[in-house]
Every structure is written in C-alpha cells, then in structure tokens.
Design a protein around this ligand. Sequence first.
Ligand SMILES: Cc1cc2nc3c(=O)[nH]c(=O)nc-3n(C[C@H](O)[C@H](O)[C@H](O)COP(=O)(O)OP(=O)(O)OC[C@H]3O[C@@H](n4cnc5c(N)ncnc54)[C@H](O)[C@@H]3O)c2cc1C
Length: 358
Amino acid sequence: MFDELNDYRKKIREFALKEFTEDVSKKYDRNEEFPFDIAKKALSLGMIDMENPAKILIAIEEMCRVDAGLGISATLPYFGGEVLLLFGNDGQKKILNDVYQGKVMLGLGITEPSGGSDVAGLKTFAKKSGNKYILNGSKMFISNGAIADYLVVLARTSEEEKRHQGLSTFLVNTKLKGFKATKLENKLGVRATNTAEIEFNDVELSEGDLIGEEGKGFYYIMTFFNISRIYVAGQALGISEGAFDKIKSYVKTMNLADEQTMFDVADVSTRIEAAKQLTYNAASYLFKYDPKPELTSMAKAYSGETAVYSSEKAMEITGKSPDESIQRIFRNAKIMEIWEGTSEVEKLVISKQILKGD
Ligand SMILES: Cc1cc2nc3c(=O)[nH]c(=O)nc-3n(C[C@H](O)[C@H](O)[C@H](O)COP(=O)(O)OP(=O)(O)OC[C@H]3O[C@@H](n4cnc5c(N)ncnc54)[C@H](O)[C@@H]3O)c2cc1C
C-alpha cells in the first residue's frame, strides 16, 4: 500500500526542501504567522491529496521532517474533514471540495478551558429551540481557530445520565454572530500554526448544521481520533527523522566516533525504525477500514515520545554548535505527546483494549 507511493514521497520531499528553506521556516516560527501562501501552494500543486489517507500520511511525515511548523500548517486546512466525510450530509460534504482546492479552511473544536482529555465532560451546550440550536460555551487551543471558515464543534445537546450519549457535532460557520476567536500567542512550538481560544455567545445554528445524528457526537469524534492519531504519529515520525538528519550530518562533519555518540546514534535510529513500523502497521489496518485502536494509540504514543527523545538527543549531540533549526525541532516535538490524546490517555486506551481481549 505504501511502497507504491515512493514516487509521491519523493515529490513531497523535494517540495518541502524547496519551499521550507531555513529562512522561511525561521520567519514563520519567529513571527508566529500562518503560512497561507505555502498551504495554498501545496494544495494547488496537488502536493497533498486529501482524498487519499495513505498519501496524506506520507505528505505529513515528509513535510514535518523538513519543518513541522510549516508542514503541519500546510496539511491542517482539512483538519476535522473526516467527520464531514464520514457523517456529514451532502451539503456539508460539498464544502470539502473547496477545502481540497485551498479555498476554505476547516478546524475542529473539542478541548475546553476546563480540560481536553475528558471529552465526555465538556460543557459547551447547544440548546434546541424550535428548529434551531443556540450554542454557548468556549473552546481552548483550537488549531486554525482564528483563521478557519468552519469549525466542526462537539457540544452537549442533552444531560444524559451516560455523559457521552448527550453530545452532538455541528458544523459552525465562523462568520455567525456570537462567534469570537482570540489567537493565542507565544506558543513553545509549532508556532506557524494558528491556535485560538473560541467563545460561542448565543450562536444560532440551524438543524442543517447538525452533523449526523443528535447524541452520536462522542462516537463520531472517537472514530475521527482513530484516523487523526495516525496522522500525529506521522508528524512525530517526521520530526524524529528530521532530528536524526541533523544528528547524522553533525556526527559526520565533526568526525565523532566516541562510544556515547555511537550508542546515541544506534538508539535514536532504532526507536525511529520502531516508530515507523508501528505507524505504518496501524495505518495499514485503518486504511483498509479495519482500525485497531490499540495499534493506533501505540503508534501515536510511541512516535510522540520518540520525537521528544530524538530532538533531545539532537540538542545534546550538537550542543557545542547551537543551531536554531535544531532548537525549533526540539520545541516542535513536545506537542506530539499532547494533542489528539496525551501519552497517558493513549496508554489508557492501549491497556483497556489489550485487557479486553483473551
Ligand atoms: C498547539 C495546540 C493545538 C491544539 N489543537 C487543538 C484542536 O485543534 N482542537 C482541539 O479540540 N484541541 C486542540 N488542542 C488541545 C489538545 O488536544 C489538549 O491539550 C489535549 O487533549 C490535553 O488536554 P488538556 O490540555 O486540557 O489537558 P488535561 O486533559 O487537563 O490533562 C492534563 C494532564 O493530566 C493527564 N490526564 C488527564 N486525564 C488523565 C487520566 N484519566 N489518567 C491519567 N492522566 C490523565 C494528561 O495526560 C495531562 O498530562 C491543542 C493543543 C495545543 C497545545
């Protein structure tokens, strides 16, 4: 499934190396600016095939290998799109065509100021009133939040005894009255991505803005996480490989051959290989419509931790020659252990799934 895409991988890598030069990466990182031109260019040149998950995974990995801030930004306009693709009505799905062409930007709002791991505990409420829903509440750390045209939003629609049965997903037009986004500044990493706090103050939604069925939102989002966690594993894999590229180049240039360096090179390359096998193995099940949540969570948690480990090693090994690009990799790595489910949350999923079996 993936080997036949080697030419595509090469094309993406060439694109990223050409577009994500050190000066460009540095500029967007320092200014905390979203790279609209690069994101549009990547889409218009067909660099990112949003309709083919295997291609998206490869594009994410190769772009993040060169620069994760730009790579994630370029592959994020579609964020949340799978919820529309799998559960949306025809009108909602139509929006995806404009997303594929870079004309429309999406985002996904789940996390709230009170917490993100406990998805079923969210408080944003969409109250039914006649044939409308009135949305009130707030979301935190929402990628594309201040630049998206539409957000897929998970909100409570009833106070069911079983908390996760009272949630529903909506497609929210960010131009609606009562919608407010405030861009968050001074992030540690992935600074080219746009992250915002969102407020909904009596935002009036129509019944047509409901995605799928009322009360099924939690399940839709868990299905989405099964897909998006693979992409985060791909981001983390790319970051690890980028860190290792720096390590190899430095070790060779400086002719380092001491035992500690040799052990580090062996450890980093072994962990990257393990992360790659886990990620592509989990992806191969998912892309055949047979997801294995435990494999997906293993891939996400292990690749995330490998990104942090590899970038730390890159900092340590090249420490005598401070290089902003390596510092950027180090800062970009940390989020891999946090978004789309922290490592702790992934480990809970793994244990529950494994213990469910024989
Ligand atoms: C740059 C950035 C972009 C983001 N983009 C988005 C986005 O587009 N959309 C979106 O919805 N969210 C987004 N997030 C939010 C992200 O998904 C959450 O930060 C993440 O899910 C963790 O939630 P939290 O930060 O509220 O931490 P909490 O859930 O409050 O967790 C705090 C700590 O407690 C641990 N913990 C929590 N529950 C348990 C448990 N049961 N057992 C053991 N440990 C536990 C966690 O692992 C963590 O270490 C983004 C975050 C960042 C930083």
